[in-house]
Structures are given as C-alpha cells and as structure tokens.
Design a protein around this ligand. Structure first.
Ligand code: SF4
Ligand code: SF4
Length: 87
C-alpha cells in the first residue's frame, strides 16, 4: 500500500473540476471528486462509503479495473498539468 502522505499529496493535487472528466471516463460513473475530497479531509470512512454507493465490489475493482484506460485516460486536468500528456 502506498504511503499515506503520498496518497494525501496526490489527493491535494485534484482540482475538484466543475466538469469532472475523470467521472465521465468511469464506466460506472463513480463519484471520484467526492471520493478525493473525503481523502483530502482524511475522512477515509466517508471515502470508502462514497465508493460503495454504486459499487459494492470497489475493493476488488480497484485492483482489476484498467483505470489507465478509463478514469485516468479521460483528460484529467490534473494529469494534463502534471504530465503534459493529453493521451
Ligand atoms: S478505477 Fe475504474 S471503477 Fe474506479 S473510478 Fe476509475 S474507471 Fe471507475
Ligand atoms: S478530472 Fe482530475 S482534477 Fe478534475 S476532479 Fe477529476 S481527478 Fe480531480
């Protein structure tokens, strides 16, 4: 598991976009910005519940979902700014 400081650093880079393309890229439209916002507040229980709202298998999904093809590929402004990649 990643170090908690690294997770918080990543979460704090989220711009909380009004038009969250990450969510549009998710096949099940998970509430990614809300999840990240809870992580920012270190409210991990709420973050977990947000993921569970539409996906009771989120624990498994997080390991098997090809996120680089979905949420991470969907022109996330943060990723564009960070990596300069436009996929
Ligand atoms: S990892 Fe998969 S299920 Fe999870 S938010 Fe990204 S696209 Fe959606
Ligand atoms: S697109 Fe990127 S920066 Fe915007 S809300 Fe989603 S994760 Fe955060």
């Amino acid at each position: 598991m990643e170090d908690i400081e690294e997770i918080l650093k990543e979460a704090n880079e989220c711009l909380n976009c009004k038009n969250p393309l990450c969510r549009k890229g998710c096949p099940i439209s998970s509430k990614i910005p809300n999840f990240i916002d809870a992580i920012k507040k270190e409210d991990f229980e709420s973050a977990y519940k947000i993921l569970q709202e539409n996906n009771i298998m989120s624990d498994i999904c997080s390991n098997v979902c090809p996120h680089e093809e979905y949420c991470m590929r969907s022109l996330c402004k943060r990723n564009k700014r960070k990596t300069g990649k436009y996929f």
